[in-house]
Design a protein around this ligand. Structure first.
Ligand SMILES: C[S@@+](CC[C@H](N)C(=O)[O-])C[C@H]1O[C@@H](n2cnc3c(N)ncnc32)[C@H](O)[C@@H]1O
Length: 227
């Protein structure tokens, strides 16, 4: 993507009503439409205008899961989270064009996610094709430090869904979860397309999933909850 194209997308998302951005993890200052500071932690119902359950998609990229879930479940709200504004632009624009009012995007580093969501504010989390960060395991979105953040934000019984191709990230996630004494694995398949899908949402394909499938990679999917 050219620098010019990127800058134009950054300018666009600043004017979108469904995007919030926090530019530095060192300074918590979430900006909404036209750069106005908006603190929505514990108050996302004010953005959506209702109290419906909220699902987060972490590492949402272009927001394919956020958008498709929102189309299929209009009784729920969905927020895509990613640090890359030019990727979020795609999902946010699509949501505006389709009139999907149950969609929002939060641009931030996920390391500071608890600054934007209150304890018990979230019902489900999807982690879609997160980076494996080979050689930098602490940066993985399922590294030990992330789980207490997820557990705090989730309501009791809230589910984390992870869809992934990378075997290192898949195995390391299972090792990290096994070391905790408060995790219940609800579902785990290491090659979901080798059999009939158990959940219709697994049909959705993100940009990265399509590229992994073209290379013949196996797609894995897990669900867990914190006790
Ligand atoms: C491999 S891409 C997957 C994007 C999308 N889910 C898909 O499947 O097409 C991983 C995404 O995670 C985002 N990401 C990685 N680490 C992050 C972090 N610590 N905080 C926020 N976003 C992060 C990247 O910006 C990137 O868009």
């Amino acid at each position: 993507m050219s620098k010019r194209n990127k800058l134009s997308k950054f300018a666009d998302i600043m004017s979108f009503p469904n995007v919030y951005q926090n530019f530095s993890p060192k300074e918590i200052k979430p900006l909404g439409k036209n750069g106005v500071e908006v603190q929505l932690k514990g108050k996302w119902s004010e953005h959506f205008g209702n109290e419906k359950a909220i699902t987060l998609e972490l590492a949402c990229g272009r927001g394919e899961y956020t958008i498709q879930l929102a189309r299929d479940y209009n009784d729920r709200n969905f927020i895509g989270v990613d640090v890359k504004g030019a990727r979020i632009w795609k999902g946010a624009k699509m949501a505006i064009e389709e009139g999907l009012e149950n969609v929002a995007f939060m641009r931030t580093k996920i390391e500071v996610i608890e600054e934007f969501f209150a304890p018990n504010e979230i019902s489900e989390i999807w982690i879609t094709f997160a980076d494996p960060f080979i050689g930098k395991p602490n940066r993985r979105l399922t590294a030990p430090a992330f789980h207490d953040r997820y557990k705090n934000m989730l309501k009791d019984g809230g589910i984390v869904h992870m869809k992934i191709d990378d075997p290192t990230l898949y195995e390391s996630t299972k090792e990290v979860l096994a070391e905790r004494n408060d995790v219940k694995i609800l579902y785990d398949r290491d090659d979901i397309y080798s059999q009939a899908l158990d959940f219709p949402e697994l049909e959705y394909k993100t940009y990265y999933e399509k590229s992994h499938l073209e290379k013949g990679r196996k797609i894995k999917y897990m669900q867990w909850t914190y006790l």
